[in-house]
Unconditional design. Structure first.
Length: 450
């Protein structure tokens, strides 16, 4: 019998992030946007498009559980070697000078970078700026996304307080720019910025809105030592304890960073079903601390990986994030057996999808959405491949991704983003970013850019 399919990825190794061994020398069949079947490579097939998977691996699409695209693309490499709150203050100064065209090209560049690095779905935390440009870009680069509307009314973000409260009061008006875009591929969320930038009443109002609209919440919690000191001096509580007092915690929350959790905080997360987005690269870079992954797992808390934004990572590369997560937690626990390659692959796919409330994603099985990534293992920096999972975590790079498929659609084909002039995107983005820098930064802070 000849198997029919829209897309067939032939003779490849299939990574199964649910704890099963990889399937060697198999073919993935895709039809009508779904994974139709996984069959031995010897099976006769007919497909509209055949991708030769020899010397490659097929993974579920990478899921980026926490990031900021447009805003952080514009700040990549601008302010380095500095402390978190000074960094946030500089970022906000530039954000006040954002315009639609600049944000559009930043969004396009970020989406192109993610598509080329095998990210098929991402959890966007908007930092209280216009979402229209990114919605426009998503119509051109068809990744999956959950777009989290930013809210804040204090700290460096106090200037957006009036907008935030208006959006809470009339969320339909606030989300009108994405009408016609939101469906199974693009969803909405609520993204209060952080405990040091949102008042108690705002957190409670967002909880009410989330319950009323059945929308997930995506926020920063226990991000660093300064936050912990602020919460202790202002409320005499940890961030998690304070949010629990407000009645805010729940299973619909994705909490990013979480580097300063106490044992009591972890117990509250487990009790309320809070999910965590772990961003080890940016946490190390900003000296925010190391999340206690071992205790979170022991408590039964779901933890997925995220890149955070390019201002603090500085790339949208989940391969880097996997490797850094693995080596960081081995070092922190003094246990070389902790966080295996199979576990970290699950954190970048299946667990990240669950952490951002998209549990239908991150798996390779018949009937699942056909979000797939093909990774070339026939590379000098990967060979020899004794263990495919180890090669993917410790040796491969974003540039090794050859194909990215979202819902059965080829978004990246032979390392090129379909329907996008990448050179134009980079050139236009660079022009906009430099103009933003020039009108926002003091003269003595400017540097030469190429």
């Amino acid at each position: 019998m000849i198997e029919q399919a829209d897309i067939a990825i032939t003779g490849t190794t299939i990574i199964m992030p649910d704890g099963r061994e990889p399937l060697l020398d198999h073919t993935v069949l895709v039809s009508d946007g779904l994974i139709r079947d996984l069959v031995p490579a010897s099976t006769p097939i007919e497909a509209s498009r055949v991708i030769n998977g020899t010397h490659s691996a097929v993974l579920p699409g990478m899921v980026n559980a926490h990031t900021h695209i447009a805003s952080n693309m514009l700040l990549r490499g601008l302010l380095e070697d500095t402390e978190l709150f000074a960094w946030l203050d500089t970022m906000w100064r530039l954000k006040q000078n954002f315009d639609h065209d600049t944000l559009y090209w930043a969004s396009m560049c970020g989406l192109v970078e993610m598509a080329k690095s095998g990210i098929t779905c991402f959890n966007e935390h908007f930092d209280a700026y216009s979402v229209t440009p990114q919605a426009q870009a998503l119509r051109e680069v068809g990744l999956r996304a959950t777009l989290g509307y930013g809210f804040a009314d204090g700290g460096v973000y106090r200037d957006v307080g009036a907008w935030s409260w208006a959006a809470v009061d009339d969320f339909d008006a606030a989300t009108a720019p994405v009408d016609g875009l939101t469906d199974d591929r693009v969803r909405l969320a609520l993204s209060p910025h952080a405990p040091y930038s949102c008042s108690g009443p705002l957190w409670q109002a967002i909880r009410g809105l989330a319950d009323d609209r059945a929308l997930p919440i995506h926020t920063h919690i226990a991000e660093g030592l300064n936050e912990s000191a602020y919460m202790a001096s202002t409320y005499g509580r940890t961030t998690v304890e304070w949010l629990d007092d407000l009645g805010f915690l729940g299973p619909d929350i994705t909490a990013a960073h979480c580097t300063q959790l106490t044992a009591g905080d972890i117990a509250l997360f487990a009790e309320h079903g809070v999910k965590v987005a772990h961003c080890p690269c940016c946490n190390a870079k900003l000296v925010s601390g190391t999340m206690d992954l071992k205790q979170l797992w022991s408590a039964g808390v779901t933890v997925g990986l995220g890149t955070d934004g390019p201002a603090s990572h500085n790339t949208l590369d989940m391969f880097q994030e996997m490797k850094f997560a693995a080596i960081t937690h081995k070092q922190t626990t003094a246990d070389p057996t902790f966080l295996t390659t199979r576990q970290v692959l699950a954190m970048a796919t299946q667990q990240a999808a669950t952490a951002m409330h998209r549990p239908e994603l991150g798996a390779i099985r018949p009937g699942a959405p056909a979000d797939l990534v093909v990774v070339d293992l026939d590379r000098p920096h990967v060979a020899p491949v004794y263990d495919v999972e180890a090669a993917l975590v410790y040796s491969t790079r974003a540039e090794d991704v050859t194909h990215t498929i979202v819902g059965g659609d080829l978004v990246l084909d032979n390392r090129e983003v379909v329907g996008v002039d990448e050179a134009q995107v980079v050139a236009r983005f660079r022009e906009c970013a430099l103009r933003l820098r020039d009108r926002s930064q003091p003269t003595d802070r400017k540097r030469t850019y190429v």
